[in-house]
Design a protein around this ligand. Structure first.
Ligand code: NAP
Length: 312
């Protein structure tokens, strides 16, 4: 028979780790299922400077490890496992994983989001051969080289600033004439010597005879004129897509695939809660993910009380 938990948390990003911490501290039997390591997308951030309590900033990977340790110390169990299927209806929810099934009375969906791809020909084959979605992970490979970051949001700008410390030359390719990123970054980009290529849409990935990336072709959004930027690496930072495919058809999603839940984190299915970046919301930050985790457990406890009986 599958083991029964009070709370199964799918994903060990900041939302999932916080839900596990709060659940364990509330005396609930909690398990976190994660396929990689704690931290989620945060683990890819070279430096997090807007999570309170770390005046010098903290590496995202380290913060993820600390969040896991805190939840484990409180009594939550972490398992390295890939979730392959879920059955979320009814009082006992079933979760299939690559290391066997488990059951839980409540489920916290904390699967986050993954990188949006550029959608260019050959992109998949160039992954790891010049195309990257993670400056913190791959930046070191481009020490002294030339790279182009695509995007105009906070991630793209943060990546460009990180890469400027390593690479000889950094381009920031943005499809409009103003950044989406917080204005505070503009001066920092100039100071770091990042060259911004405005109003430019990525049009093609250029490849050498050895199969590695040699450049990025961009098209001017007004004239359509093409320009080839010779570079060794292209870092795509053009937003995220929620990792919610497993829940489609069971929980209500919005048009973009985000889990529909308000500030209570309650989804359309009783006993199922959505936290962090996978939830439809206005502000996606580490602090809003952790806040979701706390709210989810509050309402999970309320749900468990309504269902009758205490912890499993
Ligand atoms: P984002 O804010 O959605 O920005 C995505 C950027 O990529 C936008 O500039 C967008 O252009 C561009 N883009 C989207 N699709 C594109 C395409 N197909 N081709 C070319 N460009 C494309 O995503 P994000 O930067 O990953 O940030 C996600 C969330 O995390 C945001 O809420 C952000 O504030 C937050 N975040 C915060 C921090 C921080 O506070 N330090 C750091 C990282 C992330 P347009 O501008 O024209 O739409």
């Amino acid at each position: 028979m599958a083991e029964l938990y009070d709370v199964a948390v799918l994903g060990a990003g900041p939302g999932g780790c916080t839900a596990a911490l709060y659940a364990a501290r509330a005396g609930l039997r909690a398990v976190v299922l994660e396929q990689l390591s704690a931290g989620g997308q945060m683990a890819d951030a070279p430096l997090i400077e807007n999570y309170p309590g770390f005046p010098e900033g903290i590496g995202g990977f380290e913060l993820g490890q600390l969040m896991q340790q805190g939840a484990e110390r409180a009594g939550a169990e972490f398992r390295l496992a890939q979730v392959t299927g879920v059955q979320l209806a009814g009082p006992v929810k079933r979760i299939e994983t690559d290391s066997g099934p488990l059951e839980a009375r409540t489920v916290v969906l904390a699967t986050g989001a993954g990188p949006r791809t550029l959608g260019l020909a050959g992109e998949d084959a160039l992954r790891g051969r010049g195309v990257s979605y993670c400056a913190a992970c791959d930046g070191m490979l481009y020490r002294g080289k030339t790279v182009a970051v695509v995007g105009g949001g906070n991630t793209a700008v943060g990546d460009a600033l990180h890469l400027a410390k390593l690479a000889a030359k950094v381009y920031l390719v943005h499809r409009r004439g103003t950044l989406r990123a917080a204005p505070v970054y503009r001066q920092a980009l100039d100071a770091a010597g990042v060259e911004i290529v405005w109003n430019a849409r990525p049009a093609a990935l250029l490849r050498g005879a050895d199969g590695r990336l040699t450049g990025l072709r961009v098209a001017d959004t007004a004239s359509g004129a093409a320009r080839d930027i010779a570079c060794d690496g292209v870092f795509a930072a053009i937003g995220r897509v929620p990792d919610t495919a497993l829940f489609r058809g069971q929980v209500e999603l919005d048009a973009a695939g985000y889990l529909l839940a308000d500030e209570t984190t309650r989804t359309s299915v009783p006993g199922v809660f959505a936290v962090g970046d996978a939830r439809a919301k206005a502000v996606r930050q580490v602090v809003t993910a952790t806040a979701d985790g706390a709210a989810a457990v509050h309402f999970a406890q309320e749900y468990l009380t309504e269902q009758g009986g205490g912890p499993a």
